[in-house]
Design a protein around this ligand. Sequence first.
Ligand code: ZN
Length: 208
Amino acid sequence: MSSSPVMPSHLDELIAALRCLPGVGPKSAQRMAYHLLQRDRAGALRLAQSMLLAVDNIRHCSKCNNFSEHDVCNLCASPKRDAGVLCVVEMPADLLMMEQTQCYRGHYFVLMGRLSPLDGIGINELPFDRLVRRVQEHPHEGKLAEVILATNFTVEGDATAHYLATLLQAQDVKVSRIARGLPVGGELEQVDSGTLAQAVLERREVIS
Ligand SMILES: [Zn+2]
């Protein structure tokens, strides 16, 4: 956004920067900037500082790809988890949903997205190669016996699960998909933990 004669350039820059947030257009960005400067300068500083700290300190766990402040996250490092099962989810929020069901004690792999050609997300944009390596390198606690595909029941989530099933076919591991107890078009984030727990318990092996 170029500097206008009626607006200070730092304000222009703030409005332009806010537009990096998803779904924020020029009008919303302007409203947010006015709000922060006029009504909540302390909030603005907190936002700026927490963004700096997060960007500097948060990386991806080298095992599960979830956000982590360490090379290996606490969940992956925990000896209490069952290293024989790996659950693949789309987003960190889905991992949290799975944890809330309290019916799953295995490990995870977080894709940080799903196949969505319309949004420009193809097989090269997701960490499938890292997932395959993760499946191949058997953890020292024991052999990985099963990969559970827990992507959403949306068109994109199903396509991602289908691709993963094909990809993992060559590996010496059972591949299963959580059951269709979830509504069609359903996202894990929006179902209650009882329904999700049932879908995990009733998962079926994928034969591709
Ligand atoms: Zn991890």
